[in-house]
Design a protein around this ligand. Structure first.
Ligand code: HOZ
Length: 426
């Protein structure tokens, strides 16, 4: 009952009782559980219940919670200082690692969140091209900055306000919205705004309308259109970066070379961090080497840098992503067998260690329009049954689940048992 009491108290002091909307369980018809600790693949609530965790802090915890070398490095850094507001060797080390792991990135700037990363990348693209308009995709979420909170996914979609009040019409009018996996919709916007578009920003593999995969030729076609019309291509890899491969989504869809990329989550090993990077010629426009201003007291924070470096070291170990793929494939494969056996209409989208089960009659989910055909009531029932049986999932149909390196065979077995019972109850 402690979670219930804490939530009641939180509602008095924090809007909606939470510090980020997706944490509230409002769309799944129950109250949020308050978390007291996490270790490995498990997360524990304030009432002492333990869950197998498929949220992983919405992506960062690819190694599982409390990974020993990350924790050790953080403890060592803690006694040396938490923040200097000055350059450190750690920033250089992490920047070098990012450039080595992601071939399209030649220079990178650290910030404190994914929102800051995408917002700064957009400013850079505008300053570089001397154009104002951008194209984003319906259902893609790039953080909560004004110009990007238009037809957005994640919490904005879950709570039914994809375009937030408070975003001035002037900002929104510079954000044009295309349909994911629909090159024609992008071409139309380019044609109608010739010479006006600074950049196309996209989650190459969207995870914020649930997980949706790019169809063959979509991403490379996008790059071609950008070249044709002189716009930059920005890959928002805040969720997919270092998750889908060592080079993120761009390590899988290797025929596309974005001009700029944004990162967050894994790159900070669980501490608040973001980053944006890309071609040297473009990145050199950032202050103080260029005129485009962007700054931050906590940017390159030493604790976050240490956690990021240690995490990336583990990801670079031979076979890391293969093992994660095998684990996720066997778990999600087991889920698909159950769904078919029970006869619940569904679409399962998975890539590497990210997946979403859409409760829909649609034959496939390749776009926002497909995703919103899902039965969210049914999802809520499924979510509550899983939670009751010790499985902690993202509390929305329009988010992705994350498998970590800490999930064991036993975790998968327990998850499938709970899953079968949840699906049979629908
Ligand atoms: N962007 C994260 C996954 N959709 C959620 C983080 C948040 O909004 O709290």
């Amino acid at each position: 009952m402690k979670s219930k009491e804490l939530f009641a108290e939180a509602l008095q002091y924090i809007p909606g009782g939470v510090n980020s909307p997706v944490r509230a369980f409002a769309s799944v018809g129950t109250d949020p559980v308050f978390i007291s600790a996490a270790y490995g693949s498990k997360i524990k609530d304030a009432d002492g219940n333990e869950y197998i965790d498929y949220v992983g802090s919405w992506g960062p915890m690819i190694l599982g919670h409390g990974y020993p070398t990350v924790t050790e490095a953080l403890l060592q850094q803690l006694v040396k200082g938490c923040s200097f507001g000055a350059p450190t060797e750690l920033e250089v080390d992490l920047a070098k690692m990012v450039c080595q792991m992601v071939p399209s990135v030649e220079m990178v700037r650290m910030v404190s969140s994914g929102t800051e990363a995408t917002m700064s990348a957009i400013r850079l693209a505008r300053g570089y091209t001397k154009r104002d308009k951008i194209i984003k995709f319906e259902g893609c979420y790039h953080g909560h900055s004004d110009g990007l909170l238009v037809k957005a996914g994640s919490g904005a979609l879950t709570f039914g306000v994809p375009t937030s009040p408070g975003v001035p019409a002037g900002y929104a009018s510079n954000t044009l919205v295309a349909r994911y996996n629909d090159l024609e919709s992008v071409r139309e916007l380019f044609e109608a705004n010739d010479q006006g578009i600074a950049a196309v920003i996209i989650e190459p593999v969207p995870g914020n309308m649930g997980l949706v995969l790019p169809q063959a030729g979509f991403l490379s076609g996008l790059k071609k259109l950008c070249r044709e019309y002189g716009a930059l291509l920005i890959f928002d890899e805040v969720m997919t970066g270092f998750r889908l491969s060592a080079a993120g989504a761009q390590g899988i869809y290797t025929d596309v070379d974005p001009d700029l990329s944004t990162f967050g989550k894994i790159i900070g090993g669980g501490l608040p961090v973001g980053a944006y990077g890309g071609k040297k010629e473009i990145m050199a426009m950032i202050s103080p080497s260029g005129p485009i201003y962007q700054a931050g007291t906590l940017s390159g924070n030493p604790l976050a840098m240490r956690a990021g470096i240690e995490t990336l070291h583990v990801l670079n170990q031979e076979g890391f992503y293969d093992k994660l793929e095998t684990r996720a494939a066997s778990l999600v494969g087991g889920m698909e067998v159950i769904l078919k056996e029970v006869g619940i209409p569904h679409v399962v989208n998975r890539l590497g260690s990210m997946f979403t089960i859409f409760f829909t009659e649609a034959p496939a989910v390749n776009s926002f329009a497909d995703a919103v055909t899902s039965d969210t009531e049914r999802f809520g029932k499924y979510f509550r049954s899983m939670l009751q049986d010790g499985i902690y999932l993202p509390a929305s149909q329009f988010e992705a689940c994350f498998v970590s390196a800490a999930h064991s065979d036993r975790d998968c077995e327990c998850t499938l048992e709970a899953f079968e019972s949840a699906i049979r109850s629908l």
